[in-house]
Design a protein around this ligand. Structure first.
Ligand code: PMP
Length: 433
């Protein structure tokens, strides 16, 4: 042993093949840039206003007076009070009886719920349909599991009457969608309300997806983290509640979005035992368990919501009302300066067309980086305003078709939105003077 050289460096390649091509991550890069340069951050999706008092109080109770056992392990697949509250809530939402122990599993945020799904269901060679634009980790997670992502875009149609475009104007082409299904298709990922567009899929659109899932015997991984953030009186339809879909759908949610506490990283899956049993296998062999105190506090928050269900004091009623006002504030600011927003039906994001501002950041042909990446970085560095390029939510092959939009998050204090407005106004003035 002593005869070995001190600096015996490894020479063999260390990276597992499954990591090839997924090492870059938009969030790591843009979060760092925003922290360095931006004065006003409407980039990454998180509220800058406080989580509700009842949630903070619940955490204090869990930490303090309650049981000291809340500092210890709890049940691997979900703290019993939390899975019980979630089962009660989803019984209402899905209109069926649920067993908290087998139909619900708690995860480290919706992120881990997604990871469990892809690991549990996708084999080498399986195809997974992803609707563009999509939350970027779907693609990497499918690839890590050995699957092949098959992309199908929502196609924008400009409204004829001169009104602002709505996220509802971005639609699937039914034939194009159908053409992506084959005997190799294992699953489709649905995200409604959709990040980044804010599109809330209509019942008709969901029925089309459901019909294809049933026809081709395909699973549906339904990411519904923004389920309560729906505006203008619209309704969020849960695809698991459509005929034939319960048996093949995993519904994914997040306390981070539901209770404006993204740092807590408490998420869940709801579905039939025959699917969730495989998620439990992945969970018990990877994460095993999520922080008990956070689960206890989220359980109490849900118990409150169950008591107030449908009442005006419910956070599920109040949060979207507040966010709709914030959405409208940001829309006004963007319209006033000529950045055309696509009015979102849901989520706390909107995308805006930057065409009128392109003269500030000249296009350079044949660069590796898409134009909207360069525009957004320029805006952060030169204007102090952070956003996220829309093409980050597209596959490599389709990125270059969507470089005229950037995404803003409007889950922000009024002062933050006003500061963004000031930056935009000043910028517009400089352009025209
Ligand atoms: N899905 C979507 C569509 C998201 O936007 C996010 C968070 N940005 C997640 C899942 C992850 O949620 P969590 O923070 O609960 O892990």
């Amino acid at each position: 042993f002593l005869s070995l050289p001190l600096q015996a460096k490894m020479s063999r390649p260390v990276q597992a093949r499954r990591l090839e091509g997924i090492d870059k991550n938009i969030w790591v890069e843009f979060v760092k840039l925003a922290a360095t340069y931006s004065k006003v951050n409407l980039g990454q999706g998180f509220p800058d206003f406080p989580a509700p008092d009842f949630l903070q109080e619940a955490l204090k109770r869990a930490l303090g007076g309650g049981s000291h056992m809340l500092h210890q392990y709890t049940r691997a697949f979900g703290h019993p009070p939390l899975v019980t509250a979630l089962a009660q809530l989803f019984e209402k939402l899905l209109g069926r009886e649920l067993d908290p122990m087998t139909n619900v599993m708690v995860t480290v945020g919706a992120y881990q719920a997604l990871f469990c799904c892809f690991q549990a269901f996708v084999d080498e060679g399986d195809e997974v349909i992803i609707i563009e634009p999509f939350f970027d980790c779907y693609e990497s997670m499918v690839k890590m599991a050995g699957g092949t992502p098959m992309f199908v875009p929502l196609r924008p149609k400009a409204p004829k009457d001169g009104r602002l475009m709505s996220s509802a104007d971005w639609q699937l082409d039914p034939d194009e969608l159908a053409s992506k299904f084959s005997e190799r298709t294992k699953a489709i990922v649905l995200n409604s309300p959709n990040n980044p567009l804010g599109k809330v899929f209509s019942r008709g659109e969901l029925e089309l997806i459901a019909e294809l899932c049933v026809k081709h015997d395909v699973l549906c991984l339904s990411d519904e983290v923004y389920e309560w953030l729906v505006y203008d009186g619209r309704e969020h339809t849960r695809i698991a509640s459509l005929p034939g879909m319960w048996d093949r759908t995993v519904t994914i949610g997040s306390a981070g979005k539901t209770f404006s506490a993204t740092g807590w990283k408490v998420g869940w899956t709801v579905g039939p035992d025959r699917l969730l049993q495989h998620l439990r296998t992945v969970h018990q062999n990877s994460v095993y368990h999520c922080a008990t105190v956070a689960q206890e506090a989220v359980a109490q928050a849900f118990q409150r919501e169950l008591m107030l269900y449908g009442k005006p004091e419910s956070y599920f009623v109040q949060l979207p009302r507040t966010l709709q006002q914030k959405r409208d504030l940001l829309i006004q600011s963007l319209v006033a300066v000529g950045m055309k927003p696509v009015v979102p039906e849901g989520t706390y994001f909107l995308v805006a067309d930057i065409s009128e501002f392109k003269s500030d950041v000249p296009e350079v042909p044949n660069l590796d980086e898409p134009y909207d990446y360069r525009f957004t970085k320029w805006m952060m560095k030169n204007k102090g305003l952070a956003a996220i390029p829309l093409s980050a939510f597209y596959s490599e092959a389709h990125k270059n078709n969507y470089t005229n939009f950037i995404r803003f998050c409007f889950a922000k204090e009024e002062a933050t939105l006003k500061a963004a407005n000031d930056i935009l106004q000043k910028w517009k003035k400089e352009k025209t003077s």
